[in-house]
Ligand binder design. Structure first.
Ligand SMILES: Cc1cc2nc3c(=O)[nH]c(=O)nc-3n(C[C@H](O)[C@H](O)[C@H](O)COP(=O)(O)OP(=O)(O)OC[C@H]3O[C@@H](n4cnc5c(N)ncnc54)[C@H](O)[C@@H]3O)c2cc1C
Length: 417
């Protein structure tokens, strides 16, 4: 029997697909408005809702700390917080399902094991896919600890490491490796004249290059890698092939690598790691009346965080999977999830309620380049190092996220009005 058929028909069914920064924050705010007891009216019954969280992993992972998680696996282990330890996720009206979403249609979500979950409201928060080692194949914390130990062993064994790609992930990984292993020769290769793609100032980009050089990273700019032997798995990855493996199962690491640059220069490295961006998840969306809703930057959404189609007003999307922000950030995803959750709660409590619009925030980027170097551009402003330091957490924001997402405490009742 399909899992959704066990629930009573009068129960409003909400499905959240993806339970990390965006999905978990949405769960938290729906809990606050629909399931937490109002202290001023504790006798008031909760609405009849069933909230199902579906994720292929059994816990939250603080991705922001992952580059250091690979260089310091003990720190890395703390980045995974199992859902089973989050008190309010154990509420009887919440169901946490471990499974891979294969398809999302107008009224149900289908998992790869054949189970389906029908919904009255769907919130899509599946993020982006990344190749290993930043993309994680693990579905449990135990597997994850083994996975990062395996990647760590390769980094530890290499005397020279080449990072290909000067986006945020490549920069942070190069800086973490050099900071934790000063004796290694670390090279960062980026195809353009300056790193940090996106809406940022050249002054900010120069600042980042200066920091990397100060740490001791060898920075090679304006050079495209045109050949690599041996190739890493991602180089022949073709998402258009029938049933390609999930990117997280495909490694971008290559040992004893020889890299040929467009200029003809060759670079040898004991370990090369390609950090060339993320893949979207357009393949899982099946909405025939909104076939073009998935654009180059993700699913188009309104300011209410409903997907931008009059045909599917009960489907919302937030986080990296939606086109909301120029720069994909956890904070942007969590804010969108907050707006989406409040709007879903309003609609559940009173059909036809006026929905709230979320604000848009200027693009920003904070780069954590090893333990004592950081760079922040917020909108048009580049922050001074000492001012930025006040916003940098030693644990790369792990406990701040645990706090904000209420992973260790019961969220309070909040009316969505
Ligand atoms: C190394 C690194 C450093 C970063 N640093 C920063 C930073 O300093 N500041 C910042 O704001 N942002 C940073 N980011 C970006 C930030 O991590 C993302 O913006 C954020 O993760 C987006 O949250 P999300 O919930 O939308 O997606 P994710 O965090 O990617 O969560 C998606 C969830 O969906 C689940 N999922 C995906 N596909 C399926 C499926 N088919 N079936 C079931 N479950 C599925 C995943 O398991 C996951 O739990 C960094 C990212 C990386 C990789």
């Amino acid at each position: 029997m399909s899992p959704s058929k066990t629930s009573e028909s009068s129960t409003i069914k909400i499905v959240v697909a993806g339970g990390n920064y965006a999905g978990l924050n949405a769960m938290q705010h729906m809990y606050s408005s629909l399931l937490a007891k109002d202290p001023k009216d504790a006798a008031k019954p909760s609405p009849k809702v069933e909230i199902t969280l579906i994720d292929r992993r059994d816990g939250f992972i603080h991705c922001i700390g992952l580059t250091r998680g690979l260089t310091e696996p003990e720190f890395g282990a703390d980045l995974w917080v199992p859902y089973s330890t989050v008190p309010w996720l154990q509420h009887p009206s919440i169901r946490v399902v471990s499974g891979t979403v294969a398809e999302m249609a107008a009224d149900k979500v289908l998992l790869s094991n054949g189970d389906s979950y029908s919904f009255d409201y769907l919130l899509i928060a599946l993020g982006l896919s990344r190749f290993a080692p930043i993309g994680l194949r693990s579905s449990t914390k135990a597997e994850y600890i083994d996975e990062i130990a395996e990647s760590h062993a390769k980094i530890h064994a290499a005397q020279s490491v080449a990072i290909i790609g000067g986006g945020a992930v490549g920069l942070e990984l190069a800086a973490d490796i050099k900071s934790d292993f000063p004796e290694k020769h670390v090279t960062l290769i980026h195809s353009r004249a300056l790193p940090v793609p996106g809406p940022f100032k050249d002054e900010f980009r120069h600042m980042v290059v200066d920091i990397l050089k100060e740490i001791g990273v060898d920075v090679v700019l304006g050079e495209r890698v045109v050949a690599q032997t041996p190739e890493s798995g991602d180089m022949s990855y073709d998402s258009a092939k029938p049933s390609p493996p999930p990117p997280e199962h495909v490694s971008t690491m290559s040992t004893n690598a020889e890299l040929t640059l467009a200029s003809g220069r060759t670079i040898r490295a004991d370990l090369a790691i390609r950090c060339l961006g993320a893949l979207d998840k357009r393949g899982v969306l099946r909405l025939p009346l909104a076939a073009d809703i998935f654009g180059a930057d993700g699913i188009a959404v309104k300011d209410t965080m409903q997907i931008d189609s009059e045909h599917y007003p009960n489907i919302y999307a937030c986080g990296d999977i939606c086109s909301r922000a120029l720069v994909k950030l956890a904070g942007v995803g969590m804010y969108g999830a907050y707006i989406a959750a409040r709007n879903i709660a309003r609609s559940v409590l009173a059909a036809g309620s006026k929905l709230e619009d979320g604000d848009r925030y200027p693009a920003q980027l904070m780069l954590l380049l090893g333990k004592d170097h950081f760079a922040l551009q917020l909108g048009d402003e580049i922050w001074e190092k000492e001012r930025t330091r006040e916003h940098v957490h030693k644990d790369m924001g792990l406990m701040r996220c645990v706090e904000v997402l209420s992973l260790h405490k019961e969220p309070e009742y909040v009316s969505p009005d």
